[in-house]
Design a protein around this ligand. Structure first.
Ligand SMILES: C[S@@+](CC[C@H](N)C(=O)[O-])C[C@H]1O[C@@H](n2cnc3c(N)ncnc32)[C@H](O)[C@@H]1O
Length: 199
């Protein structure tokens, strides 16, 4: 699978990946990681967690992927076609403020995304999905209806998801991702958190 460090693209095979993960119990996957700030902050704050940021777009990742943290890795991959090397490894998934085809797959209950996430998961994996009003409006949904649609899709897939919880401007301001900050100071500082687990 392709990983990125600064501007360099490298190949990492399963043996090398397992070597890097060997001392870590908790493995966090941040899907649609953007510039990778959230993944970096989490890895920096929790040195005993291993954090993997995944995005299909490499350009935004140049800065944070230069970081030399031993517990941080950035993979270039599409959410609908996650690398097989991750099979059975991940204990927690975050998807923060998705847009584009990642958001569309959540709204459509895309089986490639749902089964892909299940296949990289441990026996039980927890999940947190944060959705923002602007991205849902661009996709043709209100914040409430879009969040309910995704809640229903994931519930139908057998995931145990809590009822959507609102995030206000304060919650967005204190959330450590670039997009959260942008939203907090933008025109529509509202988001929704869907949290739960799947097996
Ligand atoms: C609004 S940004 C959010 C970035 C980051 N999570 C944050 O909070 O700052 C949405 C990200 O989703 C990524 N994305 C969209 N579709 C994707 C897909 N199919 N697979 C992987 N990443 C995708 C985009 O490239 C973009 O970086």
């Amino acid at each position: 699978m392709e990983i990125i460090q600064g501007k360099a693209s490298l190949d990492l095979d399963l043996t090398e990946l397992k070597e890097r993960l060997t001392t870590y119990n908790r493995i966090i996957l941040d899907l649609g990681t953007g510039d990778g700030k959230f993944a970096f902050c989490h890895a920096d704050k929790f040195p005993n967690h291993f954090v993997i940021g995944v995005d299909s777009c490499r350009e935004n990742l140049h800065e944070y992927s230069r970081a030399k943290l031993p517990n941080l890795l950035y993979i270039i991959a599409s959410a609908q076609n996650l690398p097989q090397e991750l099979s059975g490894l991940v204990s927690h998934v975050t998807i923060n403020f998705p847009w584009g085809s990642l958001l569309e797959s959540l709204l459509a209950g895309d089986i490639r995304l749902i089964r892909g996430l299940e296949s990289i998961s441990r026996s039980v994996t927890t999940v947190e999905i944060r959705l923002n009003g602007g991205a849902l409006a661009e996709a043709g949904w209100s914040l409430e209806d879009g969040a309910n649609q995704i809640f229903n899709n994931l519930s139908q897939a057998g995931w145990r998801i809590n009822v959507p919880a609102l995030m206000n401007a304060n919650a967005l301001r204190s959330f450590p991702s670039t997009w959260a900050k942008r939203l907090a100071f933008g025109r529509d500082p509202r988001a929704v958190l869907l949290s739960g687990c799947f097996e």
